[in-house]
Design a protein. Structure first.
Length: 263
């Protein structure tokens, strides 16, 4: 029997519940679609044995992406969605409460990649209610039900000194912390499957950066990859899969970009 992997990026309550601090518009509908997809693909008549890999954004208070890490000259924390640049820190507009030398090095490394640093609302704090996975995403979520699939959970973002959108590596790798570098074991495991389906939250951040690392570090995986657009919700309503350079590159390498009734 062939093996199918469904990767669900960060289906946590902070992203998928209207009460979550970083709720993704339309996430409730996307959760339902993912559940229906899993129900369909785990029927006994299906020729694939399905496994699910769930990633979980996992932060602690004071993470570099959260307001508590930073203060201005008045001692005030930045508001969510503030962009902090290297020039801001060099000029004293913002500084790190914990390690300003690292903040400068971090922003410098990030900007060399052509990226910027965004402050997010406090979200996915380890152990909090809204850090948990939205169990509505699983067909057999009722107490006592027996699932016909296996689930592997992967945690990312615990290191407080670097952002971690991708499930495979940090935005800025730190030599002293190997867990911030490419997770080769996870990537190699994904590549053992005959078919790999990508779903989750959000199309323009964590799903996108995970896909970027797939393309860069395991391009052969693209020929097995199915990017299900209707199972991936974007944070920004104007996001377009067909116009994004990462998704375009994945398709050029062999990935299928479609909706569930097409494949």
């Amino acid at each position: 029997m062939k093996k199918r992997l469904v990767i669900i990026i960060d289906p946590q309550l902070d992203f998928t519940s209207p009460k979550g601090s970083l709720y993704v518009p339309g996430a409730g509908e996307t959760v339902d679609k993912i559940r229906f997809y899993i129900e369909d693909k785990t029927k006994k008549a299906n020729p694939y044995l399905t496994t699910i890999c769930v990633t979980m954004d996992s932060h602690r208070p004071g993470h570099i992406s959260l307001p508590q890490f930073w203060v201005n000259e008045k001692g005030e924390h930045p508001n969510p969605f503030t962009r902090i640049t290297l020039k801001d820190v060099e000029k004293g507009k913002w500084r790190s409460v914990f390690n300003n030398d690292w903040a400068i090095s971090y922003l410098e490394a990030l900007e060399k990649k052509g990226k910027s640093h965004t402050i997010w609302p406090e979200h996915c704090i380890i152990g909090s209610t809204y850090w948990k996975v939205n169990t509505k995403i699983f067909p057999n979520s009722k107490k006592g039900a027996i699932a016909s699939y296996a689930i592997r959970y992967v945690y990312k973002g615990d290191n407080p000194l670097t952002e971690f959108f991708s499930a495979l590596k940090a935005e800025v790798e730190i030599e002293a912390f190997p867990e911030t570098s490419i997770n080769r074991e996870l990537l190699d495991w994904w590549n053992t499957f005959d078919e790999v389906v990508l779903a989750g939250f959000c199309a323009d951040y964590c799903v996108k950066e995970t896909l970027r690392d797939m393309v860069d570090y395991c391009p052969e995986l693209m020929k097995k990859l199915i990017i299900q657009k209707d199972l991936i919700a974007p944070l920004n309503k104007d996001f377009d899969f067909e116009e994004d350079e990462v998704y375009i590159k994945a398709v050029e390498k062999g990935a299928k970009l479609c909706i569930t009734n097409q494949f």
